[in-house]
Design a protein around this ligand. Structure first.
Ligand SMILES: [Zn+2]
Length: 68
């Protein structure tokens, strides 16, 4: 059986719901309140110019949110 890990915190996922989401329940809640983070986690590739644009645009917002 393949192990599944939370895409946000890297913890091992045990239940089917979390595995299908790719996140543990705690991280999933946090990510839902920060949809821009989902974008970075799912599509964050430094090679993509679109990501670069998106990242520079949202970097300050994200830093502000993470500081809370
Ligand atoms: Zn997690």
């Amino acid at each position: 059986m393949v192990d599944h890990y939370c895409k946000r915190c890297g913890r091992k996922l045990h239940d089917k719901v979390s595995i299908s989401r790719g996140y543990g329940s705690t991280c999933f809640e946090k990510i839902q309140s920060h949809p821009d983070l989902i974008y970075l986690l799912e599509f964050g590739s430094p090679e993509e110019s679109e990501y670069e644009k998106y990242h520079s645009l949202l970097q300050k917002q994200i830093e502000k949110r993470l500081a809370n």
